[in-house]
Design a binder for this molecule. Structure first.
Ligand code: CP
Ligand code: NVA
Length: 308
């Protein structure tokens, strides 16, 4: 069964919850093992994932590769620029060819329309490893991290600071599916995607947009930020200046709920969107969050291949 994972909504709230539970179980079952040893049931033995990268990556690349190894399968990397995609072979033809050669495709690209086209022409599951619009695999890892640290998702109070980017859009989607509140604090002109906001609200999530950073974090159990300038985005001094009031520093964290956790998908730009004292502080869970990319993606892969 081929299931595409272009956004969290492709799986739905119940399945995202099931993914988190499965990730918790698999993570516990292999505690202390060498990282490349397959899980006891090796559910994806013999399966191969092709990973297409049109943008840089450290975590997504390594965690998908390790996820496939731990599930008993393997992964191969295609840097788009060194493939025929880089010389103009169409997405559709690439999808048709890869569907004959591998069992699933992960792609990191810019325009979200490209992944939709790939999914349309591929017969195997296509997984979103980040587009300019969304980053759903990151958010499965984030939700897993939040649950692991003792919070429950329905009714959770989350704050997002800074740019309304791809990660923010997927967190907003999660707020709708898992029924939590997300307050987005950012400058005018850098709001998240309107359609994501509308869908999340219609699904029962509470999405509050504000330009007041303190209002965004007030009472938040989880505070999240990301780079002020995403890959491929035009930055510039004006952009950076507009983001300054949304820096996550100790003073801002002090306005959140006591013991509020700090998340960041990484890579971080220390001294810009977050200070060292916050990212290296006792309430930062960013290293768990990074590790959890492996555990979360195992669930996504199992779901996409009809095994969850
Ligand atoms: N968080 C994340 O997706 O990291 P990479 O860009 O290193 O893959
Ligand atoms: N918003 C960032 C996320 C990187 C993982 C970007 O798109 O560059």
């Amino acid at each position: 069964m081929a299931r595409d994972f272009l956004g969290l909504g492709d799986a739905g709230g119940d399945m995202v919850a099931a993914m988190i539970n499965d990730a918790i179980d698999r993570k516990a079952a292999r505690k202390g093992w060498p990282k490349g040893r397959p899980d006891a049931d090796a559910p994806l033995a013999g399966h191969v994932l092709a990973m297409i990268f049109e943008k840089n990556s450290t975590r997504t690349r390594v965690s998908f590769d390790m996820a496939m190894r731990q599930l008993g399968g393997s992964a191969l990397i295609m840097e788009a620029g060194s493939t025929q995609i880089g010389r103009g072979e169409t997405i559709a033809d690439t999808a048709r060819v890869l569907s004959r050669m591998v069992d699933a495709i992960m792609i990191r690209t810019d325009d979200h329309a490209k992944i939709e086209e790939l999914a349309h022409y591929a017969d195997v599951p296509v997984i979103n490893g980040l587009t300019d619009l969304s980053h759903p695999c990151q958010i499965v890892a984030d939700l897993l991290t939040i649950v692991e640290h003792g919070a429950s998702l329905p009714g959770l109070q989350m704050a997002w600071l800074g740019d309304g980017n791809n990660v923010a859009n997927s967190l907003i989607e999660a707020a709708g599916l898992m029924k939590f509140t997300i307050r987005i604090g950012g400058p005018a002109g850098y709001e998240p995607d309107e359609a994501f906001v509308a869908r999340a609200r219609a699904a029962g999530g509470e999405v509050i947009l504000t330009s007041d950073a303190e209002e965004a974090v007030a009472g938040a159990q989880v505070v999240v930020t990301d780079t002020w300038v995403s890959m491929g985005q035009a930055g510039g001094e004006k952009h950076i200046a507009a983001m300054q009031p949304y820096q996550v520093n100790a003073a801002l964290m002090a306005k959140a709920a006591p013991g509020a956790k700090f998340l960041h998908c990484l890579p971080a730009h220390r001294g810009e969107e977050v200070t060292n004292e916050v990212i290296d502080g006792p309430n930062s869970v960013v290293w768990d969050e990074a590790e959890n990319r492996i555990h979360a993606q195992k669930s996504v892969l199992l779901w996409a291949l009809g095994k969850l």
